[in-house]
Design a protein around this ligand. Structure first.
Ligand code: F6P
Length: 368
């Protein structure tokens, strides 16, 4: 290849998801093979915005040896953050109070100053929305859809989701025997934000008796009535899977906190259901919150493969001169969709989807 070597930067933003390291490896190895130089930005964009905070200057040279043997590792070798949105960067004002500052122009300038020609951003709706802003300001940017929540539009699946669902299903499997032994109702809360994908897929796969998802507000009396039918069929225990974003017909989602510069923290949906359900079913109701366990561990084979495919496709997109697009799975192939379209709206569970129909056919209650 003649001329100046092109340099790409990779960043990982928002909550981590199994498969991030596999994408990083695929991007680096295929880019190096095509004559690019690669660097990684530490902790979202913080490595670029606040280089003084890092002994290595906030940018990590990504060589073959740096990415060797990382495909199966959870987490991200670059670090990530959900507090570093450059368009709403938490900044201390002269009065000592914190406010949100738009640092996106400064960030685009920092890419240029560091000789970086393109960005491959691995993220969910928030991080890819930021990548879209940077692309609109002239930076060449390609997005890779990451999130255990599977709530990104225009792609059939995001990497990390399969690992989260597989682990949740395994946990639900384990809860059947202890729930049975004690004739209890076990309420299992899973992550997923305002979308019910993890709850639905793990609940159906794990033979739950009820699944509560944000897309179908639940009526606790109807849920209790459905569970009271179980003993008549000889089943004296129940498993209820609750998405963290599930809400009653007459209430809102359970929010733990809302901090400056980050999305609201959800939590407590499972406990709320367990407390209300106990007196109505006259059984002990116990809550298990799977939480961050869903984000840890080694990616499943599906997630590894799709991560490697997404990473390699991101570099092909750059080689084809694309920008402002997200790599998306459109089985059997991988294609490119505008970042703007992918981040415009959240992909929630369609109420007429086959998995919901399957659940209903199998007698699983949605509390409606
Ligand atoms: O978006 C991924 C996710 O794991 C959500 O399912 C969850 O609500 C959120 O991140 C938790 O984020 P944090 O680790 O910052 O609390």
């Amino acid at each position: 290849m003649g001329g100046k070597t092109k340099k790409l930067a990779i960043n990982t933003g928002g909550g981590d998801a199994p498969g991030l390291n596999a994408v990083i490896r695929a991007v680096v190895v295929s880019a190096l093979n095509k004559g690019w130089e690669c660097v990684g930005i530490r902790d979202g964009y913080n490595g670029l915005l606040n280089p003084e905070e890092y002994p290595d200057g906030g940018l990590v040279p990504l060589t073959r040896s740096r990415v060797r043997g990382i495909t199966h590792l959870g987490g991200t070798i670059l670090g990530t953050t959900n507090k570093g949105n450059p368009t709403k960067y938490p900044t201390k004002g002269p009065d000592g109070k914190m406010y949100e500052k738009d640092r996106s122009d400064e960030l685009v300038g920092l890419f240029r100053q560091n000789g970086i020609d393109a960005l491959v951003a691995l993220g969910g709706d928030g991080s890819l929305g930021i990548a879209n802003v940077l692309a609109e300001k002239g930076l060449r940017a390609i997005g890779v859809p990451k999130t255990i929540d599977n709530d990104l539009d225009r792609t059939v699946i995001t990497f990390g989701f399969d690992t989260a669902v597989s682990f949740a299903t395994d946990c639900i499997d384990r809860l059947h025997s202890t729930a049975d032994a004690h004739c209890r109702v076990m309420v299992v809360e899973v992550m997923g934000r305002y979308a019910g994908w993890i709850a639905l897929n793990s609940g159906v796969s794990g033979n739950a008796d009820a699944i509560l998802i944000p897309e179908i507000p639940y009526d606790i009396e109807k849920l209790a009535a459905a569970l009271r039918e179980r003993p008549k069929r000889g089943k004296h225990y129940a498993i209820v899977v609750v998405a963290e974003g599930a809400r009653p017909v007459d209430g809102g989602v359970s929010v733990v906190s809302k901090e400056l510069g980050r999305a609201e923290k959800l939590g407590g949906a499972g406990e709320r259901v367990a407390k209300a359900l106990g007196p109505l079913v006259e059984k002990e109701c116990r809550t298990v919150v799977l939480g961050h366990l869903l984000r840890g561990g080694t990616p499943t084979t599906f997630d590894r493969l799709i991560s490697l495919r997404f990473g390699a496709a991101a570099v092909r997109a750059l080689e084809e001169g694309r920008s402002g697009v997200m790599v998306a799975l459109d089985p059997p192939t991988v294609r490119y969709v505008p970042l703007k379209e992918a981040t415009n709206r959240m992909k929630t569970v369609p109420l007429d989807c086959d998995t919901i129909k399957t659940a209903r056919d199998l007698g699983i209650s949605f509390g409606d």
